[in-house]
Design a binder for this molecule. Sequence first.
Ligand code: FWO
Ligand code: ZN
Length: 381
Amino acid sequence: MIKIIKNANVYSPEPVGKGDILILGDRIAHLDSNIPVPSGLGDVEVVDAKGATIVPGFIDQHVHLIGGGGEGGPATRTPEIQLSQITLNGVTTVVGCLGTDGTTRHMYGLLAKARALELEGISTFIYTGAYEVPTRTITDNVRNDLILIDKVIGVGEIAISDHRSSQPDVAEIRKLAAEARVGGMLGGKPGLVHFHVGGGPRGIQPIFDILETSELPITIFTPTHMNRTPELLEQGAAFAKQGGRVDITAGPEAYKGIMRLLNEFNVPISNITISSDGNGSMPKFDRGGNLIGLGVGSVRADLDTWRDVMVKGHVPMEEALKLLTTNVAQNLNLQGKKGCIVRGADADLVELTDDLEVNRVWAKGRLMVDGGRAVVKGTFE
Ligand code: FWO
Ligand code: ZN
């Protein structure tokens, strides 16, 4: 199928300016100021963007695809995600994970759901594992999951410095990281170690300890929830200064943490990513560890935080976009394929309205959202 999107104001995420995008099948084939509509090549769909801004489809590297939660007992297990909850927010690639509950949520279910969403139209990957160490896997270990299961790109979300973790010591998580590193190599994957960082006083000290007592490169670690506390943010700045990449959990205040990293600690924006924790639980505990509140994460938070960084943080669009496109693509070794509007990349595109809401979304060249409404829905939506 041939599509030409004409008169778009393209951010690749660099500002390309007004132009046309030629899509062949599921790929971006060409970008130019005025692409003529070819004849004799069968039906060509021409879309007029009328000058609207078009940005790369967003990549969310932390979504509880089959739900999570349970910290308040079975009635607090959060729901499985549906396709449109992802696409309506401009996200066209997700990495799925398990969380606290690695018992009633199983890696088999996470893999099946990732396959389902891929069949329904978006691009999906998963972390093997759950909070605990030793962690949950599909085969008998993390290394073999990375080598044998195509969708597995790393291990996560592994909990550290959290009362809900399995209280792993440095030696245990160093071994786990080593498995991910070698499994990633042998499987041709990034072999990421995606740590869930709790509010405990040690924060990401275990990661610094691993770096000091091993040959593991800092680039395989992508600690998340790094905006949870001011202390964690400061550790995150030090981690980024060493070349590490910190993941910020989207939410109403998240942009403030990003702005602190950028302005107070001079962290390069290329070392920061945003993810939503979509469909994961968002429990609140008091000092005694008692559950005093419970919410559910939403992929929508990605968009809200990205807008906050631009509008309230006065960060230019081409910079703020990186937090949810090229920086995440780099983590996933998907540079040039995802998170960018360049020849040969997947045709994952988001057309924005003037007030930065989602108007149209294409995933792998297929129109998924039009006029802010899902035109492609999940099987049971
Ligand atoms: C965060 C996922 C948390 C699940 O700390 O880690 O609980 O298994 O579904 N959520 N435990 C939310 C904060 C960052 C606000 C998870 C959750
Ligand atoms: Zn988490």
